[in-house]
Design a binder for this molecule. Structure first.
Ligand SMILES: C[S@@+](CC[C@H](N)C(=O)[O-])C[C@H]1O[C@@H](n2cnc3c(N)ncnc32)[C@H](O)[C@@H]1O
Length: 332
């Protein structure tokens, strides 16, 4: 933890974290302008010798190369890509483990999308999802899968846009899932591939849980770190980092040719005529993105600890199949 603090304060990182335009940065690196692969590898895969120490000690918090503890045979879910089916299967395995240790009555799935997860775990679910299209797709998929193993009962998933969960329909759903009249209904809060600030919303639900619920914990895989707007733990909030520089580029899922293409489209110039800018662009979206991802994960963990929870980091996907492969797992 102190090492991460030092990283935020270190002179090799700090000046860059609040820049607004990467054109303004002076970079302490020398490159041969034709060596595009080396530039990309140095920054996006952190191969530059100067990063070795940082890489091995710190920048391994959003991606881990180790194998997940449990590998489930992936179930190919109809209409879903093999990569997503794999993620859903692995994530569902964790849900099952938690359920076996601490049974709960329903799930709150934050950023649920089409609620594909519920087709696997089949537990009653409140899907918090602002995109109305996702709800319609869910209904259509239910119709198409009526007789398959992935079918759902009509009343198994309740969609809402609101985190408060106190509208009449949602309260009715919660009451209908309570197994007995004694005690509050128990729920697990989950999120698969939670974009940007959604991981913070999940923690908010855990630490300020509504008075009518017994939240047993949370399980989520954060992603889209370029959409994060702020640190939320006391430890990290004091560092006034401006996240705007990270813009919309996320290079992690791209290969080298795709990275060059992204630069050329975004910057509207050929990489060969703008190699200096390309180096800075790779530094910001490659190296600095890794730094920010690491810090954001630690920030979320820190916030849970500040509220007396005991979060764990689990490797949940194989790196080659889905490189954002860390889940924050925090249950009582
Ligand atoms: C990357 S998708 C993941 C969907 C789903 N969990 C899955 O893994 O298939 C992120 C989802 O979060 C939803 N989302 C974005 N902002 C949100 C917000 N403020 N509250 C709830 N959901 C949100 C998006 O509409 C989208 O469906």
């Amino acid at each position: 933890m102190n090492e991460l603090h030092n990283l935020l304060e270190s002179e090799s990182i700090k000046p860059y974290l609040n820049i607004n335009k990467f054109e303004e940065i002076e970079l302490p690196f020398e490159y041969n302008e034709t060596d595009l692969d080396r530039i990309i590898n140095d920054f996006t895969h952190l191969s530059h010798p100067r990063f070795q120490n940082i890489k091995s000690n710190l920048i391994n918090k959003t991606t881990k190369l180790e194998e997940p503890q449990q590998q489930q045979p992936p179930i190919q879910i109809p209409f879903i890509s093999p990569r997503k089916s794999y993620e859903l299967t692995q994530f569902n395995c964790k849900i099952t483990q938690i359920y076996e240790n601490t049974p709960f009555e329903f799930i709150i799935d934050v950023g649920a999308g089409n609620s594909n997860l519920s087709r696997l775990h089949k537990l009653p679910t409140i899907a918090i999802e602002p995109n109305l299209k996702a709800q319609k797709v869910n209904k259509r998929l239910n119709g198409l899968m009526k007789h398959s193993v992935s079918s759902l009962e009509d009343n198994q998933v309740h969609y809402t846009k609101h985190f408060e969960l106190n509208d009449e329909d949602t309260l009715r759903f919660i009451r209908s899932r309570q197994r007995s009249n004694s005690g509050k209904p128990k729920c697990l809060i989950i999120g698969l591939d939670t974009c940007g600030d959604l991981s913070g919303n999940i923690i908010d639900l855990v630490v300020k849980s509504p008075s009518f619920l017994d939240v047993i914990g949370c399980l989520f895989v954060p992603c889209c770190f370029h959409k994060v707007t702020k640190f939320i733990s006391l430890k990290f909030m004091e560092h006034d980092v401006n996240f705007k520089v990270f813009g919309t580029s996320d290079l992690r899922a791209l290969d080298n040719q795709e990275i060059i293409k992204r630069f050329e489209v975004e910057q509207d110039r050929s990489v060969h005529n703008a190699c200096g800018i390309f180096i800075k662009w790779c530094f910001v979206y490659g190296f600095l993105s890794h730094v920010i991802e690491t810090l954001v994960i630690q920030d979320r963990i820190e916030l849970l600890k500040e509220h007396n929870h005991h979060p764990n980091i689990d490797i949940i996907f194989h790196f080659d199949k889905s490189s954002r492969n860390i889940a924050i797992n925090c249950t009582t």
